[in-house]
Ligand binder design. Structure first.
Ligand code: NAP
Length: 481
């Protein structure tokens, strides 16, 4: 079993003598030991990052070059990262391969953005008192960025925070999820080999309640980039005071299927969006609102497609879906489904369970306020609900506490525009399901799904501060001869 120390100031270092096991999520055997970081570990990581910020050795071009090199090195180590993600995260081979491919892309795209950090010219002359002035804005790094990440995308989510922070000139301290820290620790090796100077990237492991909490209270951190549950996000938000943060939180993602939709496309793509990574994606379709005329067809199609999916060993190329992150989570999902059925929902597919592996579940018409439609399931469960109109679907979506992502299938332009204008959500996909992210998008939620944006260009903006520079008493423009 491999042992990882924390990666601090360019070397493997630990103060705490306590460790935590990381398990293979399918067979539950230990695969690595990591540090249960103490206050001394947290302090040492933040101080290393602060020192790097005080003595910056890299200009924007240098940072961009490091990210490009890191992308190439990550691509060279793809097989190793895929195996790690399959083991520590329970993703299937296909899902893990996609995650590494996307992460390489995010590094390249962020490297490109790092050469395009620009401000605005402000045309002051257009306002009273503005004559004879030239004004423009510039963008500047903030200081140490702390990234705290969830278990469900152990490489790409950290990279969505780490790469833009570095590109913007901010050294990073990252605390990955305790269930899946290995990908992030290995990525420290990649950045180091790519030439990132010591202190620019530090990883420390440990539980959210100890290491995470110490990071949240550390006075030398300028910006927090957090992805995780709304529950933890709200707690963090209360602790931040005036410090800035981007909070990518929970969700109940929805796909709406109108009665004019192309069902041949809508049904299979929505089923993929419901069950990829065993439903453990913040944009997983958890509810399908189907218009009455197509409701029966959609129910039948979704149930049939779900029943064809094979849940099992994520190492087996034949598996479509791997395990949930823990048997306890699988038990919780099963309990919510039982309660929904007891309250009147109809179970039309799936439901059998073997430890952490759950066969994809399709429910029809679960009544309010059952958990499967009122709380984030984060598991392989989709509920199909009948609605009388797109208006009704929009109203139901807007009544949810969350607003991260929603998909709408329709061939009617009017319905599409109604949805686009009225759905209160960070993203609205037309003719695609809720889980259709491309990594360049400005990605983030509204309401209880948080605030702030991921996506290289947008995260770079979040992690810089804007400065206004005004030149007064500027000589008038010369008249052309
Ligand atoms: P989580 O329990 O909220 O944990 C997220 C991270 O926060 C982990 O690193 C965790 O550490 C840490 N943490 C926990 N308590 C903390 C505290 N008191 N102070 C500081 N850090 C703390 O979430 P999860 O179960 O890993 O992930 C699932 C959730 O993430 C879902 O709600 C999902 O919707 C959300 N998510 C949102 C997005 C988005 O973009 N909006 C994307 C992906 C996932 P430990 O692992 O040690 O507990």
């Amino acid at each position: 079993m491999k042992h990882f120390s924390n990666f601090i100031a360019g070397e493997w270092r630990q103060h705490s003598g306590r460790t935590m096991d990381v398990l293979d999520k399918y067979d539950r055997t230990p695969i690595a030991q990591v540090v249960a970081s103490s206050e001394a570990d947290v302090d040492s990581a933040v101080r290393a990052a602060s020192a790097a910020f005080e003595a910056p050795e890299l200009d924007a071009r240098g940072r961009s070059d490091v990210l490009v090199k890191a992308a190439h090195l990550l691509a060279e180590r793809k097989a190793e990262f895929v195996t790690t993600i399959v083991q520590e995260g329970g993703q299937t081979l296909a899902e893990a391969t996609r995650e590494v491919t996307r992460a390489v892309d995010v590094l390249i795209n962020t490297a490109e953005e790092s050469n395009r950090v620009v401000g605005d010219m402000i045309p002051l002359e257009g306002a009273q008192g503005g004559a004879g002035k030239i004004a423009f804005t510039t963008r500047h790094p903030l200081g140490v960025v702390c990234a705290i990440t969830p278990f469900n995308s152990p490489l790409n989510t950290p990279i969505h925070k780490i790469a833009p922070a570095i590109a913007a000139g901010n050294p990073v301290v990252c605390k990955p999820a305790s269930q899946t820290p290995i990908s992030c620790l290995l990525f420290a090796e990649v950045l180091h080999a790519a030439g990132l100077p010591p202190g620019w990237f530090n990883v420390l492991t440990g539980s959210g309640q100890t290491a995470g909490d110490l990071l949240m209270r550390h006075p030398e951190i300028a910006f927090y980039h957090f992805t995780g549950s709304t529950e933890v996000g709200m707690k963090l938000s209360g602790q931040l005071g005036l410090r800035r943060a981007s909070l990518e939180l929970g969700s109940i993602a929805v796909t709406i299927i109108a009665d004019d939709a192309d069902l041949e496309d809508a049904i299979p793509s929505t089923v993929r969006a419901a069950f990829a990574k065993a439903g453990q994606v913040c944009t997983s379709t958890q509810i399908i609102y189907a218009e009455r005329k197509v409701f029966d067809h959609v129910c039948k199609g979704v149930a049939q497609a779900a029943a064809e999916l094979r849940a099992g060993d994520p190492q087996a190329p034949s598996s479509d879906i791997g395990p949930l992150i823990s048997p306890a989570e699988a038990e919780r999902v099963a309990m919510w489904v039982t309660r929904a059925v007891d309250a009147g929902a109809t179970l039309v597919a799936g439901g059998s369970r073997d430890g952490p592996v759950v066969q994809p579940i399709v429910l029809l018409n679960a009544p309010d306020p059952t958990e499967v439609i009122c709380r984030e399931v984060f598991g392989p469960v989709v509920t199909v609900l009948c609605v009388d109109s797109i208006d009704a679907a929009i109203a139901r979506f807007n009544a949810l506490p969350y607003g991260l992502s929603v998909g709408v299938f329709t061939r009617d332009l009017d319905k599409a525009f109604q949805a686009a204008r009225r759905l209160r959500s960070g993203t609205i996909h037309v003719n695609a399901p809720s889980s259709s992210r491309i990594d360049l998008m400005p990605f983030g939620g509204v309401k209880d799904s948080g605030h702030g944006k991921e996506g290289p260009r947008y995260a770079l903006r979040e992690m810089t501060e804007e400065r206004l520079i005004v030149f007064h008493n500027v000589a008038p423009r010369q008249q052309p001869c």
